[in-house]
Design a protein around this ligand. Structure first.
Ligand SMILES: [Zn+2]
Length: 391
């Protein structure tokens, strides 16, 4: 078996945590379980809130492989029985004794050293310095463009001023505020099927003008497509990587237009071939597409987040699929953890276990030498992310 327990971990895609205090078992389930919606989601759809509906929601969230695995991991960490209430009691006692010390022990157990945080969740954006101050690990901030676009759309400024503020805000984040990269979730908004010809400033001007005059149509897509191209230009100017969400996400993701393949025209366009791009979530469940793109496009990487941990035992399938085509130097471990630090913990445990197991298979099948597999483990868990973000 390839040994990975001792290896340090960089979590290349995650979000700052929201809650630093005790939580009830119900809150813990709501905050850490993937999918299933929320009370607000159901009420907005006309579902009357009742004890029965609440219980149904909680049961769904607790009965995923991912959630059950997290409870098992935490029970083992605390040395208690693996049921939600017992684990939560131990967890809240540890948090009460000191949040930062607790996270330090938790992350020390799996050697999680560095978190690359997309500050686009939660909103309003948290202060980078405040987030850093309470966490016992290295925090690398990444700037998300969509909250900036939303703020600019709330104003009534014309294109010249819109464009200037957009560029200046990103440049300021990268040069003065310590952000190490840019991120887009355009897959949640208008989809990844964008033409690189959207880069012409005329498209931004025309689209904003149409939006301002209340002419809907495809104007919002044309504007977002242009602004994503502009973000790639700025990443090139500042020599930082661009993260683009691909594949599954929350319920509002465009699950048809989130496939990494839609980005091919953009990423192989001559003006963008030099841009370092991380395909977030490796486009899971289209991870084989993302791996192929990391193979044929020299400056494209993919991360393993979200599929690991939220797709449970798919961790093995994701690693087999991605390792089949992506160079070992272009795969980065990530979790997509958010709200509470336990997601990142269980993800790192699961990610390490599946990685050790799949690399061992590859050695047994004669695809990798023992030495290559050990090197690959170090690269995937931290080395590739350190190279990509120059940290
Ligand atoms: Zn995310």
């Amino acid at each position: 078996m390839i040994e990975v327990a001792h290896l340090p971990v960089v979590d290349v895609h995650a979000h700052p945590f929201l809650n630093r205090g005790a939580v009830t078992a119900e809150e813990f389930t709501d905050l850490t379980a993937f999918g299933g919606g929320s009370r607000a989601y159901l009420e907005a759809g006309g579902v009357a809130w009742s004890d029965e509906v609440r219980d149904e929601l909680q049961r769904g969230k607790r009965n995923t492989l991912y959630f059950k695995r997290m409870i098992l991991d935490l029970a083992q960490f605390f040395g208690v029985e693996p049921d939600v209430d017992t684990v939560l009691a131990a967890r809240n006692a540890a948090v009460a004794a000191g949040y930062t010390e607790y996270v330090s022990r938790l992350y020390g157990d799996v050697r999680l050293d560095t978190l690359v945080f997309d500050f686009g969740i939660p909103l309003p954006m948290l202060e980078v310095a405040a987030v850093r101050a309470e966490l016992p690990v290295e925090v690398v901030p990444v700037f998300r463009i969509e909250p900036l676009i939303a703020d600019l759309l709330k104003t009534d400024i014309g294109w010249a001023e819109f464009q200037r503020r957009y560029d200046d805000s990103i440049a300021d984040a990268l040069t003065n505020q310590g952000f190490k990269g840019v991120k887009s979730i355009i897959a949640y908004r208008t989809g990844l099927d964008l033409s690189p010809l959207s880069r012409t400033p005329d498209q931004g001007l025309q689209a904003l003008d149409a939006i301002r005059r209340g002419l809907g149509g495809g104007s919002m897509k044309l504007l977002r497509d242009h602004l994503l191209c502009r973000a790639l230009d700025l990443c090139l100017e500042h020599d930082v990587p661009m993260q683009i969400h691909t594949g599954m996400g929350d319920f509002e993701v465009n699950l048809v237009l989130c496939r990494p393949a839609y980005l091919m025209d953009l990423l192989r366009f001559p003006a963008y071939r030099a841009c370092r791009v991380l395909l977030v979530h490796a486009g899971y469940p289209y991870h084989r597409e993302a791996a192929y793109m990391a193979n044929v496009l020299p400056r494209v990487w993919c991360d393993l987040s979200e599929g690991i941990p939220f797709a449970g035992n798919a961790a093995w399938d994701i690693l087999r699929g991605v390792l089949a085509m992506a160079p070992l130097t272009k795969i980065c471990y990530g979790s997509d953890g958010y709200t509470l630090p336990e997601i990142n913990y269980t993800s790192a445990k699961l990610g390490k276990q599946a990685l050790a197991s799949v690399l061992t298979e590859l050695v047994n099948d004669g695809m990798l030498s023992q030495c290559d597999a050990e090197t690959a483990a170090g690269l995937i868990l931290s080395g590739n992310a350190r190279d990509l973000y120059r940290i």
